[in-house]
Design a protein around this ligand. Structure first.
Ligand SMILES: *[C@@H]1O[C@H](CO)[C@@H](O)[C@H](O)[C@H]1NC(C)=O
Length: 224
């Protein structure tokens, strides 16, 4: 019995220490040179697309993709196919179209035409949720915190690494979601609802094929 306990404690200490190590590496800016996107440029891109297309989400997304493809520093690393798949995570359900995925960044269109609500997850990457259509609300509990955070079209919901919130989209809402940090650390969260609840193997396989394909493809091009 004692042996088992010693092993368990050692494993927990090891996992915590390595998580802490990754966090420290991120804080020290060790990964900065690997990034191909910046939150500032993506926000500007979201805003100019909204200005051009208003609430025509299809045209808005098309402009975002065309602009990214026209940038020679980004074009080689973005997917060439508009493939949509469901994503169930933290009790929320929506759909995503993955534009880029590597070990340190992902960029995707995430949203739903009918609304959803759930747990944000506690992540090893910063998450910038650029709202391109609709409104998202979020709740962060704390002393004196009784009001929702409201993120309308054109705003950015920055969920900082390690922070967790409840979030909701009352009705149709789509976002250009950019995650920046240690992406593999976010993946288990993205799979658990599928493995423990929906058991939608088609979606799980599509997600694995897409994510794995993008990460490996980008690694082969030298993009970490
Ligand atoms: C999109 O629709 C919403 C809700 O009708 C409206 O408040 C918003 O101003 C529209 N956005 C644009 C850019 O026209």
């Amino acid at each position: 019995m004692q042996d088992v306990r010693i092993w368990l404690v050692s494993i927990i200490v090891l996992i915590t220490a390595s998580m802490y190590g990754i966090y420290q590496a991120l804080d020290a800016g060790l990964m900065d040179k690997h990034y191909i996107f910046t939150p500032e440029k993506l926000h500007a891109l979201a805003l100019s697309s909204i200005e051009q297309h208003g609430n025509n989400t299809a045209d808005l997304v098309a402009t975002i993709i065309e602009t990214l493809r026209a940038d020679p520093n980004i074009a080689p690393y973005i997917s060439t196919e508009e493939e949509w798949m469901f994503n169930n995570a933290g009790g929320a359900m929506g759909a995503m179209y993955m534009i880029h995925c590597s070990l340190t960044e992902y960029l995707l269109i995430f949203g739903t035409a009918i609304g959803t609500e759930g747990h944000s997850g506690r992540h090893t990457a910063d998450d910038y949720f650029h709202i391109i259509q609709g409104t998202q609300v979020a709740y962060l509990p704390g002393p004196g915190n009784y009001e929702p955070e409201v993120y309308p079209q054109g705003s950015v919901h920055h969920l900082k690494r390690g922070v967790v919130k409840q979030y909701k989209m009352d009705s149709s809402c789509f976002a250009l979601e950019y995650a920046r940090g240690w992406i593999p650390g976010m993946m288990l969260f993205g799979y658990m609802d599928g493995l423990t609840s929906t058991m939608d193997w088609g979606t799980l396989i599509a997600t694995t094929r897409r994510t794995g394909g993008e990460i490996i493809g980008n690694l082969l091009k030298g993009k970490i």
